[in-house]
Design a protein around this ligand. Structure first.
Ligand code: G3P
Length: 218
């Protein structure tokens, strides 16, 4: 399973990248706004900065909702760097845009996926990735991981090459559950990624090893 970090924060992207396990980055308008990025020039520069840090796919989301504007924006984003994957919402115009980008050699991440039907349309349009939102489904007493599992099953049954990118991941448990149901990618904030390291037996074992190492160094 590939690991993407879900943030527009350059420091956190660097930290995850330094671990040597990072396969890419996803952003969205909320994450970009959180970093205080304003205006076209600043947005483009920020995506270039992200691409300069990470060796992998970088999802950059369009800010418009109508087909023509999404195409214009997506083409401009894709021209910034070959790592850019254009992120498009799963709407009628969004699916048309995914198909247009696919036909023109631009990779896409179809986002805001909350049902198998939406994922199916995105796959048929040729999306590189679909992003089911796990945490947001859990937030409304639905089962986000079950949706990931359903989409993985359908794509494998019918041979779609679209990768299932589990998004809106909130915990290490979400990451493990998505791994178990066969998600191709999990995109997560830094904390759940670092949380995978935590185990009290590792801490206790290391403490003992370090005490014994000190004895040998005397
Ligand atoms: O990639 C989508 C993701 O950022 C949404 O996460 O936590 O806002 O539901 P969240």
């Amino acid at each position: 399973m590939k690991f993407f970090i879900d943030t527009a924060n350059l420091d956190q992207i660097r930290q995850a990248n330094e671990l040597g396990i990072l396969d890419g980055v996803t952003t969205n308008p909320s994450l970009m706004a959180k970093e205080g990025i304003k205006g076209v020039a600043a947005i483009r520069q920020h995506y270039k900065d992200i691409c300069n840090i990470v060796d992998g796919d970088v999802s950059a989301e369009v800010l418009s909702c109508d087909f023509e504007s999404m195409i214009k924006e997506g083409e401009e984003l894709a021209a910034l760097d070959e790592k850019i994957v254009v992120k498009v919402p799963c709407t009628k115009d969004g699916i048309r845009a995914v198909k247009y980008f696919t036909d023109n050699g631009i990779r896409t991440n179809c986002t805001l996926i909350f049902s198998v039907g939406q994922a199916l349309l995105a796959a048929k349009a040729g999306a590189t990735y679909v992003s089911p939102f796990v945490g947001r489904l859990d937030d409304i007493s639905s089962d986000g991981v079950a949706l990931v599992a359903q989409i993985v099953d359908v794509f494998r049954t019918y041979g779609y090459e679209t990768q299932v990118l589990a998004a809106s991941i909130r915990s290490t448990q979400h990451i493990i559950q998505c791994l178990e149901v066969g998600a191709d990618v999990a995109t997560c904030p830094l904390n759940p990624i670092l949380g995978l390291l935590n185990h009290p037996l590792t801490d206790r074992g290391l403490e003992t090893f370090m005490k014994d190492a000190a004895k040998m160094n005397q």
